[in-house]
Design a protein around this ligand. Structure first.
Ligand code: NAP
Length: 305
C-alpha cells in the first residue's frame, strides 16, 4: 500500500491536487478545519473537479486535524498566513520520516513551518497552475501550468514524484527552488500592489511604465544583495512581458481585495521590505509602495498582515 497523501485545506489548490491524486487511484485523505466542516463535507458527495467544462466528483475520505492517523506525507494547501498555525495542529501526528510539501505563494511561511517541525523534510513548491472555487468542495481548473518542487537543503528528489506522474500533475524537481520563489515574489511585487492601487487589470500598468521600472531596479538590487542574483537577471523585461501577456487579467491581489479577502501581502511585498531592512538596504520606492498598500487595505477595513 503506498503512503497516503494527507491534503491540508480543501481550497482551490488543495482540491485540485486531491482530486487528481484520487483520480489516479492513489490514497488521499483530506484534512478540513474542524468537526463542523467535516459534517458539511460528509453531506456532500465528495470533491468535484471541473476541467474543460466537465465535472467529476471523487469520494476522498476526510478527517479533522484531531484524527489519530499518523501523517507521513502532508500537502499543505492553505494560504501563507494560515500555514504555520495549521501545521502546528498536525505536528503531533507527523511521523519521524514525515515529508511536507508547501504550496504557499511568496516567502516566509516555508521557513516558519520548517522551524516548527525540524524533524520533517520540507519541500517548497512554485506553481503556475490556476484554480478557483465556484462552490463548496468544488474547484474549476482554470489555468493549466507547471509546478516546480525543491528542497533548498537537500538536492535529492523524493520517490513520490512518481505519484505526481501517475496523477498527471505536470512538475519538475528543481535544485534552485529558492531562486524560483524569489523570482516569482519579485514579479508579484512589481505588478500586484500597483494593480490594486491603480485599480486596474495587469495591462493597465502599461500606463505606469516608469513606476514599474523603478520598482524593478530596487527589486533587482534586493535580489542581488540577498544572494539571489540569478533571480534578478532581466527582471524588468520579464515584468513587462508578463504585464503584456496577461493584460486582460486581474492579479490575485486585486481579486482578493475586490472580494474583501485577506491578501498575502506579508509574504510578498512585506517579506521583500523585511529582508531589505535586514540587509540595511534603502529601497525608498518599495517601502513607499508597502505604506500605500497598507494604508489602502486599512481604508477598506482589510487586514494588512
Ligand atoms: P484557498 O482557496 O483559500 O484555500 C485555502 C484552504 O486552506 C481553505 O479551504 C481553508 O479552509 C484551508 N485552511 C486554512 N487553515 C486551515 C486549517 N487550520 N485546517 C484545515 N484547513 C485550513 O487558497 P488557494 O487559492 O488554494 O491558495 C493556497 C496557496 O496556493 C496560496 O498561498 C496561494 O497564493 C497559492 N497559489 C494559488 C493558486 C490558485 O490558482 N488558487 C495558484 C498558485 C499559487 P476554509 O475553506 O475552511 O477557510
Amino acid at each position: 500500500m503506498s503512503t497516503p497523501w494527507h491534503v491540508l485545506g480543501a481550497g482551490s489548490l488543495g482540491t485540485l491536487w486531491a482530486t487528481r491524486l484520487a483520480r489516479a487511484g492513489l490514497p488521499v485523505r483530506l484534512i478540513v478545519r474542524d468537526a463542523q466542516r467535516l459534517r458539511d463535507y460528509q453531506a456532500a458527495d465528495g470533491l468535484t473537479l471541473v476541467e474543460h467544462g466537465e465535472a467529476n466528483t471523487y469520494a476522498v475520505p476526510a478527517q479533522t486535524p484531531d484524527d489519530a492517523e499518523p501523517i507521513r506525507r502532508l500537502l499543505v494547501a492553505s494560504k501563507a498566513y494560515d500555514a504555520e498555525s495549521a501545521v502546528a495542529r498536525l505536528a503531533p501526528r507527523l511521523t519521524a520520516d514525515a515529508e511536507l510539501i508547501l504550496l504557499q505563494n511568496g516567502l516566509g511561511s516555508q521557513d516558519a513551518v520548517a522551524a516548527l517541525v525540524p524533524q520533517a523534510r520540507c519541500i517548497s513548491a512554485s506553481s503556475t497552475e490556476g484554480a478557483f472555487r465556484d462552490g463548496d468542495w468544488r474547484v474549476v481548473f482554470a489555468g493549466h501550468g507547471f509546478t516546480w518542487l525543491g528542497d533548498a537543503g537537500h538536492p535529492v528528489a523524493p520517490i513520490w514524484l512518481d505519484d505526481l506522474q501517475a496523477a498527471k500533475i505536470p512538475h519538475e524537481w528543481s535544485t534552485d527552488i529558492l531562486t524560483r520563489l524569489w523570482r516569482k515574489l519579485a514579479l508579484n511585487c512589481a505588478i500586484n500592489p500597483l494593480t490594486v492601487l491603480h485599480n486596474c487589470r495587469n495591462g493597465g500598468l502599461e500606463q505606469h511604465q516608469c513606476e514599474v521600472a523603478t520598482l524593478c531596479n530596487e527589486l533587482a538590487e534586493l535580489l542581488e544583495r540577498c544572494g539571489q542574483p540569478a533571480a534578478a537577471v532581466n527582471l524588468q523585461q520579464e515584468v513587462e512581458r508578463v504585464i503584456h501577456a496577461t493584460a486582460a487579467n486581474y492579479s490575485s491581489m486585486y481579486q482578493d481585495v475586490a472580494n474583501q479577502r485577506r491578501t498575502e501581502i506579508s509574504y510578498l511585498l512585506g517579506h521583500a521590505c523585511k529582508v531589505a531592512t535586514r540587509h540595511q538596504l534603502n529601497l525608498p520606492h518599495l517601502k513607499q509602495l508597502q505604506q500605500r498598500l497598507v494604508g489602502h487595505l486599512h481604508s477598506l477595513g482589510l487586514p494588512s498582515d
